[in-house]
Design a protein around this ligand. Structure first.
Ligand code: AMP
Ligand code: ZN
Length: 501
């Protein structure tokens, strides 16, 4: 049985009954450009997409979820000028483009796992689909939608009359010319399909093509990868709201021009995470990652919980008070779940009836604030038996992904060190002896450094801990408390970095 699911469609500006044409449902989500860590703003968008996928599965659909990895061609400016973000990132890190791509892809996958984001079914890399991109550009050329300038092959947006419709752009204002660099482009909205490698710079990533050596434009990458992996029309295409005006508008124009068919049925866009009235961006001081949160003792799933405090189509303001409140409310929610009773039985019909309200909110364009509130109501309802409550939480948690039944176990030990100072080690997992002794010696080093007013050393140790998500606090009774996330033990890279502090 399938539950009716309503989803807001950016293309029609309406909430619509979701009726897919494909089985499995084809879902394409624009993925990261792997030149830097993902910040928690990016991660808000991936959490929204994960909840959408989980909600569809819970509603009875099979879903094929594709998230691409952009490892070439995303320029620093939307106007097809500026440097390639990947080449720039490689220069910054002093590594090759391939190395940073591999490194930041791995970091991205770790972030997804930490946030309980279900692994996408396919994660194509742009560099593995260059042939598909060249074929798509060739088709556009055959159909007369392209022109050549000295730096590349461009899409002629005047040949696609509905270009402005998707984002509701005002064609007259575009003609008047926004303050963008036109170069040899014929219209402001025209965009690069293929860029030629500059003659004076040796690029690390470049390919031969019918037009000369170069690399693909960012927009053509998503069109080519989505068409290669999913059936057209694709049921759902997602991304952040910043993609509506340029990236997705261009994807629609070039794909529909090349195929003569509708590209996508539902467009779903997540609003931004904002910091002090601005967006969170990869440049500037607003760059907060999951590691930054861990350094403040905030676990990744507390951030997932925080994202449920706003609807995905509303901006969400990041603040430390708000995120701490979300961490507390996640702990309270877990504590409110009755303990398992292996003997207890429950009636399936009752479970379905009790979850009706939760699912109604989930299927109403992912109204997660209300869905979470309805789960709280259920847990507060004293007339519902414990076993029933627990089963309802287990099922609801398939959509929420908050590990509501797997409360992380804490292993607390109080150790008195050589100077007679009490150390409270509060770890999410059993500490191996080697890790325990390294931690104790670092804590002692930190205390000695402070005693001799060597704050440089003390701060270096504190920052080293923070980078690994270890939180150290000096309690009023003289005890030093040290909270250790499980990743420090389970991730060999993190365990090894303890020795570098
Ligand atoms: P990028 O790696 O910059 O291509 O961005 C990856 C995803 O994050 C895209 O879907 C963006 O739309 C989205 N995004 C970028 N900044 C934010 C933000 N501050 N809040 C929410 N989503 C964002
Ligand atoms: Zn894309």
């Amino acid at each position: 049985m399938r539950r009716p699911f309503y989803l807001y469609n950016t293309a029609t500006r309406k909430k619509e009954l979701f009726e897919p044409v494909n089985d499995p449902v084809g879902m394409y989500c624009c993925g990261p450009t792997v030149y830097n860590y993902a910040h928690i703003g990016n991660l808000r968008t991936y959490i929204f997409e994960d909840v959408l996928k989980r909600a569809l599965v819970a509603s009875g659909y099979h879903v094929k979820h594709v998230v691409n990895i952009t490892d070439v061609g995303h320029l620093t400016s939307d106007a097809d000028t500026g440097e390639d973000k990947m080449e720039k990132g490689a220069a910054r890190e002093g590594k090759s483009v391939w190395e940073i791509s591999e490194f930041f892809t791995r970091k991205f996958l770790e972030n997804l796992q930490a946030l309980n984001i279900l692994k996408p079914d396919v994660m194509p890399r742009a560099t593995d689909h260059i042939k598909d991109m060249i074929e798509l550009v060739s088709e556009l050329e055959r159909r007369g939608f392209t022109y050549r300038t000295s730096d590349g092959i461009y899409f002629d947006t005047t040949r696609f009359p509905s270009y402005c419709d998707f984002a509701g752009l005002d064609p007259s204002s575009l003609k008047a010319g926004e303050r963008v660099e036109m170069g040899e482009k014929r219209s402001v909205t025209d965009f690069a399909l293929w860029k030629f490698s500059p003659s004076d710079v040796k690029r690390q990533m470049e390919w031969d093509s019918p037009w000369g050596i170069g690399f693909p434009g960012w927009h053509i990458e998503c069109s080519a990868m989505s068409l290669a992996l999913l059936s057209q029309p694709i049921d759902i295409h997602c991304g952040g709201v910043d993609h509506i005006r340029v990236h997705h508008t261009n994807e629609i124009a070039q794909t529909e021009a090349a195929t003569g068919k509708k590209f996508v049925r539902f467009w779903a866009h997540g609003e931004f995470l904002v910091v002090e009235k601005g967006k969170m961006a990869k440049s500037g001081g607003n760059f907060i990652t999951l590691d930054t949160l861990a350094g403040e003792g905030i676990p990744p799933l507390a951030y997932r919980m925080f994202c449920f405090t706003a609807h995905y189509r509303s901006p969400l303001a990041f603040g430390w008070e708000g995120i701490r409140a979300a961490a507390n409310s996640l702990e309270n929610l877990r504590k409110a779940v009755p303990a398992q009773d292996k003997e207890a039985t429950f009636d399936e019909k009752q479970v379905v009836a009790l979850l009706e309200e939760f699912y109604t909110h989930v299927c109403d364009d992912l109204n997660m604030p209300r869905a979470v509130a309805s789960l709280w109501d259920l847990l507060h309802n004293s007339s519902v038996e414990a076993a029933l409550k627990r089963e309802c939480v287990r099922r609801a948690d398939f959509v929420l992904g908050l590990d509501l039944l797997n409360v992380p176990e804490h292993h607390v030990e109080i150790v008195t060190d050589a100077d007679g100072v009490k150390i409270k080690l509060d770890a999410e997992t059993q500490l191996p002896d080697t890790v325990r002794s390294t931690l104790l010696s670092l804590l002692q080093k930190r205390r000695n450094a402070r005693a001799r007013k060597d704050f440089g050393t003390a701060d270096r140790i504190r920052d080293g801990f923070a980078g690994l998500g270890i939180v150290v606090k000096d309690l009023p009774d003289g005890t030093t408390e040290c909270r250790i996330p499980s990743a420090v033990v389970s991730d060999p890279d993190k365990t090894a970095s303890l020795h570098d502090i």
